[in-house]
Design a protein. Structure first.
Length: 158
C-alpha cells in the first residue's frame, strides 16, 4: 500500500474502538470473521473476539518500491495490492487502485443512504434520521432550512 495509507492505518493490534477505526488488520479480520464490516462491529466486543484477534495477528501491511513510481500517486493514491494466503498454501490476490466509496469510485446512492442511516439513527432515532435523509435528498430543490433540520411539521417550534 502507499506509504501515506500505511501511516494513516497505524494500529496493527488496536486496543480501543478509536484505534480500530485506523486499523487495516481489524478491518480485514472483522470482515473475514463476520462476513462484512459495518458500524455494528466497531465495538469493544469485536476487539475482544478471539477469532478477530487471531486473524489480526496474521495480517501484515507493507509498502514498497511499487509505490515509489511517479505514476502511482495519481493512479492509485489509496490503492492496495492484497494477497490472502489460504491454509493449503494457495492464495487469492487483487489490486485495487481506488478506495471504494471515494470520489473516484463512489458508492451508489442506495448504499450512501444505508450508511447515513446506520450512522445517524443511533443518535437521532430512526424516524428523525429518515426525515433528515429525505430532506438532504431534496437539497437540489428549494427546501426551507427549518424543514431540513426539524422536519416539515415544525409548527410548535419558535
Amino acid at each position: 500500500m502507499p506509504p501515506i495509507v500505511r501511516a494513516n492505518l497505524k494500529y496493527d493490534l488496536p486496543r480501543t474502538v478509536r484505534e480500530a477505526q485506523f486499523s487495516m488488520p481489524f478491518a480485514i479480520a472483522a470482515s473475514l470473521r463476520f462476513g462484512s464490516l459495518d458500524l455494528s462491529r466497531l465495538n469493544a466486543e469485536s476487539l475482544r473476539d478471539g477469532g478477530v484477534v487471531a486473524l489480526m495477528t496474521r495480517v501484515t501491511m507493507q509498502t514498497g518500491p511499487m509505490w515509489d513510481k511517479p505514476c502511482m500517486p495519481a493512479r492509485a493514491p489509496e490503492g492496495a495490492h492484497i494477497r490472502l494466503t489460504l491454509r493449503d498454501g494457495s492464495y487469492l490476490e487483487v489490486f485495487r487502485d481506488k478506495a471504494r466509496g471515494s470520489a473516484a469510485d463512489p458508492l451508489p446512492a442506495s448504499q450512501v443512504a444505508e450508511k447515513f442511516l446506520a450512522c445517524s439513527a443511533p443518535v437521532l432515532g430512526e424516524r428523525r434520521a429518515a426525515g433528515l435523509l429525505a430532506g438532504l435528498e431534496r437539497l437540489d430543490s428549494p427546501v426551507p432550512l427549518r424543514d431540513l433540520l426539524f422536519g416539515a411539521n415544525t409548527s410548535g417550534l419558535r
